[in-house]
Design a binder for this molecule. Structure first.
Ligand SMILES: [Fe+2]
Length: 238
């Protein structure tokens, strides 16, 4: 059985082991609408698994330890409904654009997973007043490699709350496309940091967790439903 859905110019297709019919539908993401930049797509290929890349949405502690973010918060528990998972978190980060211009970002994020391999994240940057969307899409290639596509989109920035990298001096229609390229580059940078960890992982049947691992086991229990045999959920330790 083959089923497709189209979201914001992207085409998604179901592929099931041994021809299994679709087990769930993608959650409706908002359509492009007016006032949003075009999507920016960057694809990285590396050895990995969709379960690991989606786990980033609940592995909140790694935002501090791997990416160096500050003020990391996740006061709302992860919610799960069948194949759908929602995780809310926040963080602050200081980044450099083109290794020159410093940029401080304070972000609130809501990540929605529809099964493994499809994460849709809405970001609100509080200090500029900027909304962004991010899709993190993992496609298995050959059993070892995955293609990870990072798709981003930024809403038109009418009145930036503060000057940032000359943004306020740009014509309004140029602000969102330029910020989208910056958002995309920052995401690619972060994924490359994650890849270093993923490439050194070891399988541990009963991983020992600490409190800061948060809701990892809840996530891994959620993952079990996507495997052919119940309980075949892959575990990995960092
Ligand atoms: Fe990460």
């Amino acid at each position: 059985m083959f089923e497709t859905s189209e979201i914001n110019g992207m085409l998604f297709a179901w592929w099931g082991l041994e021809g299994r019919p679709p087990q769930w539908q993608l959650l409706d993401a908002p359509s492009a609408g007016t006032g949003w930049s075009d999507i920016e797509v960057r694809t990285l290929q590396f050895p990995g698994h969709p379960q690991e890349t989606s786990e980033n949405s609940v592995d909140i502690a790694h935002l501090s330890y791997i990416h160096g973010y500050g003020n990391v918060t996740n006061e709302t528990p992860v919610t799960i409904e069948g194949p759908y998972l929602e995780s809310r978190f926040g963080f602050a980060t200081d980044r450099k654009i083109a290794k020159v211009v410093g940029m401080h970002l304070e972000v609130e994020a809501v990540a929605n997973l529809s099964g493994l391999g499809y994460s849709y994240v809405e970001f609100t940057e509080l200090t500029i007043g900027m909304d962004a969307r991010l899709w993190v899409l993992a496609t298995p290639v050959d059993g070892r490699l995955i293609d990870l596509s990072i798709v981003s989109q930024v809403r038109e920035i009418r009145n930036p709350k503060r000057p940032i990298a000359g943004l306020a001096f740009l014509p309004r229609q140029m602000r969102a496309p330029i910020m989208n390229k910056i958002v995309s580059s920052l995401q690619v940078h972060d994924v490359k940091q994650d890849v270093v960890v993923w490439s050194r992982k070891q399988y541990v049947p009963r991983p020992r967790l600490v409190r800061s691992d948060g809701e990892l086991m809840k996530y891994r229990a959620y993952c079990a439903q996507f495997y052919p045999e119940p309980g075949a959920c892959q575990s990995a330790v960092r």
